[in-house]
Design a protein around this ligand. Structure first.
Ligand SMILES: [Zn+2]
Length: 77
C-alpha cells in the first residue's frame, strides 16, 4: 500500500477527506497531493516552466553548498 499523506506534498494544505485529494490519470485519488495542485495525473500549476524549475533546483543545490553535485542535480530532473 502506498502511504497516504495527511497534507498536500505540494502546497501543504491539510487533506481531511478524500474529496480534497487530487486525482490520477486513472481517476484514482492521489495519495500525495490535493485537488488544487494535482488533477488527472498532472500538476495544475503550470505557471512555472521546465527551464524555470531547473534553475530553481540548481539554485537549491548551490544553496545547500554542494557545487560538486550541481551536475547530478540538474541531471535528475
Ligand atoms: Zn496542494
Amino acid at each position: 500500500m502506498m502511504k497516504e499523506y495527511k497534507k498536500c506534498q505540494s502546497c501543504s494544505m491539510p487533506i481531511k477527506k478524500s474529496e480534497d485529494r487530487g486525482t490520477e490519470r486513472n481517476s484514482e485519488k492521489s495519495s500525495s497531493y490535493c485537488k488544487h495542485c494535482y488533477q488527472e495525473g498532472e500538476f495544475t500549476q503550470k505557471n512555472i516552466s521546465v527551464e524555470e524549475m531547473k534553475e530553481f533546483v540548481k539554485g537549491k543545490c548551490m544553496e545547500m553548498g554542494f557545487p560538486k553535485f550541481l551536475q547530478a542535480c540538474s541531471l535528475e530532473i
